[in-house]
Design a protein around this ligand. Structure first.
Ligand SMILES: CC(C)(COP(=O)(O)OP(=O)(O)OC[C@H]1O[C@@H](n2cnc3c(N)ncnc32)[C@H](O)[C@@H]1OP(=O)(O)O)[C@@H](O)C(=O)NCCC(=O)NCCS
Length: 197
């Protein structure tokens, strides 16, 4: 199977993500286009969406079914959320003369899960990141995000930190990362057709 991937510019990508997140019951706090633009506007980023067929009784259309947003993370951030993130990982991620990428947002619509769309987006983002000069990709998830944890395991992310929640262990934070080596690119398995939106 060849995966159809679109790379978006900031404004149109932010609107598409706002739209697709409406389909995710798991996310209590959905991101608005304004929040996405604000986070990404002054940094290197990549917005990708995978598309697939949606067939109804009368029509067949192509719709976005999976998405991924990654962005550069600096040692010195201004956004309070990112300042907090950098503080939490500074003992496990080195920023010294290294470019660190943060896997910020992502998901696949329920009906299209388990078909490899998220692997294809992840592999495409890794290929881009390596070409652009990033050294490591960081991701944060929650203990109870079982689908995402299982997926990150299959995608060979390594756990680098676990922060136990003081009250409910299900809400503990899990930090994972992957070093972007040539071997990582060689391990990719998806066939991808990438176009600009
Ligand atoms: C996690 C998620 C993005 C996976 O998307 P997907 O398109 O179904 O993933 P893929 O089909 O590309 O699967 C990629 C790999 O992960 C594995 N995988 C997918 N879902 C899995 C699960 N629930 N448990 C274990 N492994 C899983 C697949 O088998 C595949 O491995 P392989 O390529 O080695 O065979 C999707 O389930 C999702 O959107 N979940 C809700 C989002 C979420 O949990 N967010 C939490 C905030 S971090």
């Amino acid at each position: 199977m060849e995966y159809l991937i679109k790379q978006y510019s900031l404004e149109s990508g932010a609107l598409e993500i706002q739209y697709i997140e409406e389909y995710f019951g798991e996310f209590p706090l959905k991101k608005t286009a304004a929040e996405i633009i604000d986070r990404l506007k002054n940094r290197e980023f990549l917005i990708l969406m995978a598309e697939s067929n949606l067939t109804t009784d009368t029509t067949e259309t192509v719709v976005p079914v999976s998405y991924k947003v990654v962005h550069e993370l600096h040692a010195k951030e201004k956004d309070p959320k990112l300042i907090d993130l950098v503080e939490r990982v500074q003992d496990v991620v080195s920023f010294d003369e290294r470019r660190v990428l943060y896997n910020w947002l992502g998901g696949t619509r329920t009906d299209w899960r388990g078909q490899g769309h998220f692997r294809a987006l992840t592999e495409q983002s890794e290929e881009w990141a390596h070409a652009v000069g990033f050294h490591e990709v960081l991701v944060k998830t929650k203990n109870h995000s079982y689908d995402m944890r299982g997926t990150l395991d299959q995608l060979e992310f390594n756990v680098i930190k676990y922060e136990r929640h003081p009250v409910d262990n299900r809400n503990s934070k899990v930090y994972l990362s992957k070093h972007l080596t040539v071997d990582v690119l060689r391990s990719h398995t998806s066939r991808r057709n990438v176009t600009q939106a």
